[in-house]
Design a protein around this ligand. Structure first.
Ligand code: MN
Ligand code: MN
Length: 488
């Protein structure tokens, strides 16, 4: 039985601020009817993320799936007319893919873009990676990490080698994902001997870049006399018999070590998905799959709807497959031509200026251990739905797109109307750190841009954590953006 004191406490609580879990509960109530939809989307997504460990593998996945579903490959133009509702795609160097649907309104009045990226942080091999250690008889792969990682996350876990090796005759071998694929590991030091050697270092120095050495073989009898440790020739023999390559072929390769672990459901209620590469293949999945579903269901959008899946975001969007490249301009010239309007620079700029863009990238979720880095009133929680992130950047919003009140207002109206749960989000507390997305590169084309994203825990780690219900909301949000934004 409760005493007087308990009642008082209860009363006080009801006057307190909103329950911080309000969003989560609201979500559960709102979506309970579509549990099946949530589970179906999650299982298709988990299959996708397990198959696609690199940007190249993601492009291949979408290209095959889109072709099967009647999307036109516009690489060499098309003899078909751009009838509203027609799906199409264009790839750039096998590492970037633009997917679209022809709208009812002319392209020159602008399109609705969702911009994402397909690359994820990982451990690349150096151009001359193979080394041997004479004292231990161990074969070693020298690495150079890609993207902003906490290096200590990447030791002592099984890693798989994925990528492309170009041979001297111009042919290439794609490797990774085979059932009997070799596994690699970066070994850390045992705790027993770490006191001086490692424990007194700063955390960011716990394991250093040049210490990220992946084991790739073992020679049982190290020999002293030979010029190179014998393990090197053993590793090279393996590479030759398995992939038909010689050592010099590695200089013309893109090889990455990525986590071997595939996605898993997390928690007693299985409400979360743990996986490598949610950042940002989850946004690419939502942006691209909603277009696929629209074509399958015969939905004809009012405006041209385009998913832009870039590469190189994790290293600053530079490079010819990144968001700063003019591939988009070239594609838009082609699309303007296709739609019967010989595009020149002015038409291109008019198209961009009339366009709306969601820059879709994953966002930081509130971490129960490190709540102090975030302003709780302005942060996202797993299960709260999609974020509207007005600005990213660091310091005084440096490097941010900072979306207009009008664009945020339009999306807010749309999401409320469509029953999509959303939450306003900032990366973290003012001056706590920061980050960015491709938003600013889209904005530099004079589009109206806003950041949206799905919240993650453990971002940029080998095992990032996403909520199933947020994934489902992401898919719904982008579908409604393509078909209904701006609302009339
Ligand atoms: Mn990202
Ligand atoms: Mn990232």
């Amino acid at each position: 039985m409760p005493g007087e004191g308990d009642k008082k406490v209860k009363k006080k609580r009801s006057r307190a601020r909103k329950d911080p879990n309000e969003w989560v509960k609201k979500w559960l109530v709102d979506t309970i009817d579509d549990r099946k939809g949530v589970e179906k989307t999650s299982s298709i997504y988990m299959d996708f993320i397990d198959r696609c460990r690199t940007e190249r593998e993601s492009v291949t996945y979408w290209r095959d799936l889109l072709k099967e579903n009647g999307f036109l490959d516009l690489r060499n133009g098309s003899n078909d007319d751009p009838v509203p509702g027609t799906g199409f795609f264009l790839t750039n160097r096998d590492r970037e893919i633009l997917i679209g649907i022809v709208g009812e309104e002319p392209l020159i009045d602008g399109a609705n873009f969702v911009a994402t990226h397909l690359d994820s942080p990982r451990i690349d091999l150096k151009p001359t990676p193979i080394d041997g250690d004479r004292d231990t008889g161990l074969g070693i792969l020298r690495t150079h990490y890609y993207g902003g990682i906490k290096k200590y996350h990447w030791v002592n876990i099984p890693l798989s080698l994925h990528g492309r090796i170009v041979k001297e005759d111009g042919t290439y071998v794609d490797i990774g994902g085979e059932e009997d694929e070799p596994i690699f590991v970066i070994p850390d030091l045992l705790p027993h001997l770490s006191r001086k050697a490692q424990n007194e270092r700063k955390l960011s120095d716990g394991i250093r870049g040049e210490e990220m050495l992946a084991l790739c073989g073992l020679s049982s009898i190290p020999e002293e006399e030979e010029e190179r440790p014998p393990i090197i020739s053993e590793v090279l023999e393996h590479l030759n018999s398995r992939y038909g390559i010689v050592e010099e072929d590695l200089t013309s390769s893109e090889l990455s070590l990525v986590p071997t672990q595939i996605s898993r459901e997390i928690g007693l209620d299985r409400g979360l998905i743990g996986s490598y590469g949610h950042d940002n293949r989850v946004s690419a999945f939502c942006a691209s799959r909603s277009l696929l579903l629209m074509v399958k269901e015969g939905v004809v959008p009012r405006r041209w709807s385009i998913a832009l899946n870039f590469d190189k975001e994790e290293i600053g969007s530079d490079g010819n497959t990144g968001a700063k490249s003019q591939f988009l301009e070239l594609a838009l010239y082609g699309l303007l031509d296709w739609s019967g309007l010989r595009g020149n620079r002015r038409e291109l700029l008019r198209t961009c200026s009339g366009s709306f863009c969601i820059s879709a990238d994953v966002k930081s979720a509130l971490n129960p251990t490190f709540k102090g880095v975030q302003d709780i009133r302005n942060s996202a929680r797993l299960g709260a739905g999609i974020t509207i992130t007005k600005y990213t950047g660091r310091g005084g919003k440096s490097g941010a797109n900072d979306a207009s009140a009008e664009m945020v207002g339009g999306l807010r109206r749309l999401y409320n109307h469509e029953g999509i749960n959303w939450v306003m989000q900032e990366t973290g507390k003012v001056d706590a750190g920061g980050g960015g997305t491709v938003a600013k590169f889209m904005a530099s084309r004079n589009m109206d841009v806003v950041d949206n994203g799905l919240p993650l825990l453990s971002m940029h780690s080998p095992f990032e954590i996403l909520s199933k219900v947020d994934l489902y909301m992401g898919l719904k949000a982008f579908s409604s953006f393509y078909t209904k934004y701006p609302m009339e």
